[in-house]
Design a protein around this ligand. Structure first.
Ligand SMILES: Nc1nc2c(ncn2[C@@H]2O[C@H](COP(=O)(O)OP(=O)(O)OP(=O)(O)O)[C@@H](O)[C@H]2O)c(=O)[nH]1
Ligand SMILES: [Mg+2]
Length: 654
């Protein structure tokens, strides 16, 4: 192929960039450790950044009504170099369960399938991931393409079950699937699997790409976790239409439910694809007439979805795949696939780099800031000692004795503030416990239990709605209380810092306030998504489906639990960041006092040492100055990597 594979190149450059950034952070850390400037807090922050850089994943999800060509598009965009059709793509409903393609080096290449019956349990797919024995696993033989497609074809499997079971699974009303009343007994077909994970060592997946293929409308409707959790967490969502069907009512339903909302929280890049344009390649028409027809379809679709026409990409996934496999450049160009790939990589990766780079920079700056503060305060203390000692030149022992008194007075003041510090710690611990009481997991567990009982007592629209409304109301109240508690802690610490600073004649540290807004917004978003989804679901499955409602609540609850987990972890980090500078200030100040005392004592004993001591201190002062400059230099170099471009052609960076 004459054209560089831009998408692949971009991904690779992104992986490289993450590695360079991780190296920069590791170097800074090693440097700090050598000088004993890395305390537990620094180690912790560095580990967090490194984990983030290593684990970073980019999820690209494909959403559409069935048979629009999602799976074919995935084959064409990501896996054409496989030389064959990797995912099954056939007429009618093909992908029967959400299918994730990823690479996890700790496991052999395989396809893992979660049986549909697991829907009877109150456990989310996310939780099931931790239990390999719940999944049916087939290893993939990478050297054998036909065996591979055979294994991957399992995502299409259906099974026939009694209608009562289908009902319990919340699946019997699936249009297009049901073929009830076979031989007089009521049995229907349902998807055999609930979720599939394909672990496949493809270079793009190795770089951290995760591709999520979803089944058409109704199966998505029945698996709330997809709408509530997996799609909102994707970095890009491709919505696929087909030129041979145009925009149908069910296309619009999918669009509205999963992509149409103007939820500001949902920042994912959304691209709309008009697939199967080859169905318009009428051999009897001129190229211009065909292009005009495609244009018209793009514009009509754009109007229906309320988007500018430029955001819709006309492609032929099928011809694109064929062209890539056969190395047919003209056909590839005509398939429109390259323009779509450019848009995908051009939007997605820079956005992701921005987020990851900013997060790394902010941690590095925080670490460097804290270390610089320590160095500067050591430097200031040396400057003070130097000033004292220079004063002493040619003075008598009386003056030295006077200095001793001064240092001793300072030490007394310090001892009193250490006592106060001890008392403060006790208050701090009490307040911290109170904070974790309101937003701890136990509080959530109690609330969720109450809601479950509410739903069981009254599994009808009104009862479920009330129970859920109460659930969200009490979460909101808890976060309000927690917010006030955090403000109290903040104010108390700020007062303590101010006092300590004035007593020790240093500049006061300003602890960061903690805001609950982020979590409250996420809870609001979940409630909105839940309401929207609940309406769709309830209309679709008009009879009350207790099991489904239950499963539905468990998904919401597990998303909420995630918010609590993040909030708890953030609060913990915050509490440490509020307290630990005070601890290190106290420690530092104590050391400095001891050094001063030591210094004066030595001179008291033998004033001959004065010049020697001054020189020694001057050298120490220089060492600290060099250290401060060196940190600044290292931070600058990490900033440089974080903000660097990926070295691809300028067009790719536009
Ligand atoms: N003519 C034409 N057919 C296509 C194109 N892309 C996909 N198809 C066909 O459309 C049918 C459906 O394609 P799939 O990729 O299975 O569609 P899907 O959206 O994954 O459908 P589900 O898995 O059922 O949700 C298959 O027969 C494909 O061969 C295309 O660009 N042109
Ligand atoms: Mg499919």
């Amino acid at each position: 192929m004459s054209r560089p594979r831009e998408l692949a190149a971009r991904f690779e450059a992104y992986g490289e960039w993450r590695k360079r950034l991780a190296r920069g952070v590791a170097d800074l850390h090693a440097w700090l450790r050598e000088r004993e400037l890395a305390d537990a807090e620094v180690d912790f922050k560095v580990a967090e950044v490194q984990e983030r850089l290593r684990e970073d994943r980019l999820v690209v999800a494909f959403v559409a009504e069935y048979s629009r060509g999602k799976s074919e598009l995935i084959n064409a965009i990501f896996f054409a170099d496989f030389g064959a059709r990797l995912l099954p793509a056939t007429a009618g409903r093909t992908t029967m369960c959400p299918t994730e393609l990823l690479f996890d080096a700790s496991r052999p290449p395989s396809i893992q399938l979660l049986p549909i019956e697991t829907r009877l349990k109150d456990t989310t797919i996310q939780e099931f991931r931790n239990y390999a024995d719940e999944w049916t696993t087939f290893e993939l033989d990478l050297s054998n393409a036909s065996k591979m497609s055979e294994a991957l074809a399992r995502v299409s499997e259906v099974k026939t079950v009694p209608i009562a079971l289908a009902r319990a699974l919340g699946l019997q009303d699936e249009p297009g699937l049901s073929n009830p009343l076979r031989d007089g007994d009521a049995r229907v077909d349902v998807p055999a699997w609930r979720h599939a994970i394909i672990n496949f060592p493809h270079p793009l997946l190795q770089q951290g790409l995760v591709v999520l293929d979803t089944p058409g409308l109704n199966a998505v409707g029945a698996e709330p976790e997809l709408t509530l959790s997996q799609l909102p967490n994707a970095q890009a969502i491709l919505f696929v239409l087909a030129a041979d069907t145009g925009v149908t009512k069910s296309d619009l339903e999918v669009w509205k439910r999963d992509l149409g909302g103007d939820d500001p929280q949902q920042k994912a890049t959304r691209l709309v694809v008009l697939n199967k344009i080859d169905s318009l390649w009428d051999g009897l028409k001129s190229k211009t007439a065909i292009a005009a027809e495609i244009r018209r379809q793009v514009e009509a679709s754009a109007t229906l979805l309320g988007l500018p026409a430029a955001q819709i990409f006309p492609v032929s996934a099928q011809k694109g795949l064929v062209a890539k496999v056969n190395g047919d450049d003209a056909l590839l160009q005509r398939s429109g696939l390259l323009a779509l790939e450019d848009a995908l990589s051009g939007k997605l990766i820079p956005a992701k780099r921005g987020i990851v780079g900013a997060a790394t920079q902010s941690t590095v700056h925080a670490i460097a800031g804290a270390v610089r503060e320590i160095l500067e305060s050591r430097q200031a203390s040396i400057a003070e000692q130097l000033a004292d000692l220079r004063e002493l030149r040619g003075k008598n022992q009386d003056v030295v004795a006077h200095m001793m008194t001064r240092v001793n007075e300072d030490k007394e003041v310090f001892d009193r503030s250490v006592q106060r510090f001890g008392a403060l710690r006790t208050v701090f611990a009490t307040q911290t416990n109170a904070l974790f009481d309101v937003i701890g997991l136990e509080a959530l567990r109690v609330n969720a239990g109450r809601t479950r009982r509410g739903i069981e007592r009254s599994p009808f629209t009104k009862g479920v709605r009330n129970a859920m409304a109460d659930f969200f109301t009490s979460i909101r109240r808890d976060f309000d209380i927690a917010g006030r508690q955090a403000t109290e802690i903040h104010d108390m610490m700020q007062a303590m810092y101010a006092r300590f600073a004035s007593e020790s004649r240093t500049t006061p540290y300003n602890p960061q306030p903690f805001s609950m807004l982020k979590y409250q917004k996420e809870i609001d978003r979940l409630e909105r998504a839940y309401n929207q989804h609940f309406n769709t679901l309830w209309n679709m499955l008009s009879k009350a489906k207790f099991s489904l409602t239950r499963g539905f609540f468990e998904t919401v609850a597990s998303r909420v639990k995630h918010v609590y987990d993040v909030a708890n972890a953030d609060v913990e980090i915050w509490l440490r960041s509020v307290m630990s500078p005070l601890e290190s200030h106290v420690r530092e100040h104590h050391l400095q006092l001891l050094r001063r005392l030591e210094s004066v004592k030595r001179i008291h004993v033998a004033s001959g040492e004065l010049e020697e001591r001054i020189e020694e201190l001057e050298q120490q002062y220089e060492t600290f100055a060099r250290g401060i400059a060196e940190i600044a230099r290292r931070v600058e170099s990490i900033d440089g990597i974080a903000l660097s471009r990926d070295g691809l052609p300028a067009a790719a960076n536009a």
